[in-house]
Write a protein that binds this ligand. Structure first.
Ligand SMILES: Nc1nc2c(ncn2[C@@H]2O[C@H](COP(=O)(O)OP(=O)(O)OP(=O)(O)O)[C@@H](O)[C@H]2O)c(=O)[nH]1
Ligand SMILES: [Mg+2]
Length: 249
């Protein structure tokens, strides 16, 4: 179940909760919002042909909870299994006030008996759809503003578990991606490279693209060694990406 928490202009205004967060970043138009949608199996993040579509930090709460609806719920919400859970809900609550999850709890699969709200909270994670970088047609002022927002988010988002840096498989790593990787390495921000739009390159080129990307990632301190190749369009690599999130840490 996926729920829209809200769009935030500044890193400071983000709701804080002890819930693991996974963020999608990458060049403008690389397919961040589309991949998030493919991952959760619902078109909840706005996608577009026009680069620079996502300009704010958009947060989504994702739950694998399979328990029946329970009364009361958290922060006045309906139960996770309730009717409202699949609708877009704009939260005005800047503090979700949830207990931190035990490690790997998102992977706990047995359905709960009776719908225990605390147990449900433990199965949530947050997905963050971040604005893209490297959008050539934006003004310098806008680019600086986006970069500053992203930088603040990355430096201060304590609950950020991993940053997925998305790279278009047709082009491979670009200088702006390397700048992002350098920043993460310098600040020990754990990240993983995800190749996107795999359906757009010939099958014969896939292996090369993967190995050259892996070779570059292998030299870096904060990167996960594994590169995941995906296509939101053809649903390639989606389960693999999901496993990165739900596997016990
Ligand atoms: N063929 C193909 N097209 C894709 C894929 N993923 C995304 N696209 C297309 O690429 C375009 C951009 O996708 P978005 O998901 O909006 O990209 P984004 O990175 O969120 O873009 P910004 O928010 O503008 O930075 C859209 O037209 C998508 O339909 C994919 O796996 N295959
Ligand atoms: Mg987007």
């Amino acid at each position: 179940m996926i729920k829209f928490i809200g769009s935030f202009d500044t890193a400071e205004s983000l709701p804080k909760a002890g819930i693991r967060e996974y963020a999608f970043v990458g060049r403008s138009n690389v397919g961040k919002s589309s991949l998030l949608n493919a991952l959760v199996g619902q078109r909840i993040a706005r996608t577009s042909n026009t680069p620079g579509r996502t300009q704010t930090i958009n947060l989504f709460e994702w739950s694998e909870c399979a328990c029946p609806p329970h009364r009361g719920g958290l922060s006045g919400e309906a139960g996770l299994g309730g009717a409202s859970s699949s609708k877009i809900i704009k939260s005005e609550n800047n503090n979700l006030n949830l207990k931190p999850p035990p490690l790997g709890c998102f992977a706990a699969t047995p359905p709960l008996k009776g719908g225990d709200a605390t147990e449900c909270a433990n199965k949530k994670i947050i997905l963050a759809d971040l604005p893209g970088y490297g959008y050539a047609r934006a003004s310098k002022e806008e680019l600086d503003k986006w970069a500053a927002r992203l930088e603040k988010y990355l430096l201060h988002r304590a609950q950020l578990e991993r940053l997925f840096i998305l790279v278009d498989s047709r082009h491979g790593l670009k200088e702006s991606d390397r700048d992002m990787m350098n920043f993460c390495d310098a600040h020990a921000i754990r990240y993983q490279i995800i190749l996107t739009k795999l359906d757009k390159i010939p099958k014969s080129e896939i292996k090369n693209r993967e190995s050259e990307t892996e070779a570059e990632v292998a030299k870096r301190g904060a990167a996960c060694a594994r590169v995941i190749s995906t296509s939101a369009e053809k649903k390639i690599g989606i389960e693999e990406l999901k496993n990165e999130i739900i596997k016990p840490i």
